[in-house]
Design a protein around this ligand. Sequence first.
Ligand SMILES: Cc1cc2nc3c(=O)[nH]c(=O)nc-3n(C[C@H](O)[C@H](O)[C@H](O)COP(=O)(O)OP(=O)(O)OC[C@H]3O[C@@H](n4cnc5c(N)ncnc54)[C@H](O)[C@@H]3O)c2cc1C
Length: 390
Amino acid sequence: MAFDFTDEQTAVRETARRFAREKVQPGYQAREREGKIDRALIRDMGALGLIAPELPENLGGLGLSSLTSGLIAEEIGYADLNVAYMQILSSLNGAILARHASPDLGREWITRLVAGEAVVAIALTEPRGGSDAAHLALSARRDGDRYVLRGEKSSISMADQADATIVFARTGRAEEGARGVSAFLVPMQSPGIAVTRFDDLGSRAIGRCSIFFDDVVVPATHRLADEGAGFVQVMQGFDFSRALIGLQVLGAAQASLDESWAYAHQREAFGAPIARNQGVTFPLAEGETLVAAARQLCYHTLSLRDAGKPHTAEAAMCKWLAPKTAVDVIHQCLLVHGHYGYSLDLPHQQRMRDVMGLEIGDGTAQIMKLIIAREKAGRVAVQYDKGGKK
Ligand SMILES: Cc1cc2nc3c(=O)[nH]c(=O)nc-3n(C[C@H](O)[C@H](O)[C@H](O)COP(=O)(O)OP(=O)(O)OC[C@H]3O[C@@H](n4cnc5c(N)ncnc54)[C@H](O)[C@@H]3O)c2cc1C
């Protein structure tokens, strides 16, 4: 499918590109040292309409297409893929709130998200495992018109910068699996919450944390979707974020490619620019090809979403192919820069470390392939007995 962007999409992309190159890109490496995303920058993106513009207008969004949101994630990802977490998290969590929160709660938080005035994290993974996400243990006990949350979430992006977190918790019995899980919007200032940050290989401006819930009280009005339907209904939002993550990391790979072509022109060896060697240009040409192909897959997936068509398998394809492609391409770009590429002064090593996190976050390649297999072959492809055997 060829993409002929509308005038509106082209204009939004231009705005995102200008903002990204002028305001975001220069601080990419400094943000890693600071270990956070500056709130003023997030507010600036919100003021320009660059955060989750696809959310419905009646809830504070701009009502634009999912594809438009993808174009923004790609442009911000080109400049700093960590800042683009704001696009991904806000679109994912905004969609969940728009569909499953009460209108008052949804409007309050979506308005703040879109304006860049609030950061909302999402907490599914627990210490015992993330791939088998439905078998989570954190409990939510109903107590009149409130729930009491107890347990631990692990590996949660931005938990120590977030104003609230969407938390998946068990309201039913363990044997119920996915059917006994509910989702809640939990303000991070709630008494009983303790957050500890991990010491990570990359994306240090985002930070991954564990969150302890020691009898944290949440009003029943903060439950998202029906009780016990949190997993089945709310998880559908991940089809959206997976295509956006694809564009976020492909943007980063494109930045390394662009810098590598320029370097190959300028750097000389054996009396000529290194670009004269096909050993230099062919790996870059292959990188351009793979990035272009993965990008089209992401655009296609988002356009399926915009058309209201199924896109679960396509989203899973984006989520495993794009981060793997980006890591491989950025690695190759680092090598093109010779010994300079190995220095911490150049951004390629940071991009590679940052993108690697998204080979795992939001589901690994193996789990994405399981999803694709389930879509093609049916549940027989994913049914396990208690011993883990099919
Ligand atoms: C940068 C980053 C950001 C993250 N952000 C968040 C966040 O914001 N919120 C959140 O909830 N979580 C987040 N996570 C956690 C992430 O979703 C999990 O790490 C991921 O789902 C894998 O779970 P796990 O680490 O427990 O690995 P495990 O589930 O223990 O799996 C370990 C390995 O076994 C493989 N494996 C497991 N089951 C199968 C199977 N059936 N077939 C084949 N292979 C299998 C996996 O692919 C993996 O390679 C983040 C992780 C990272 C790295």
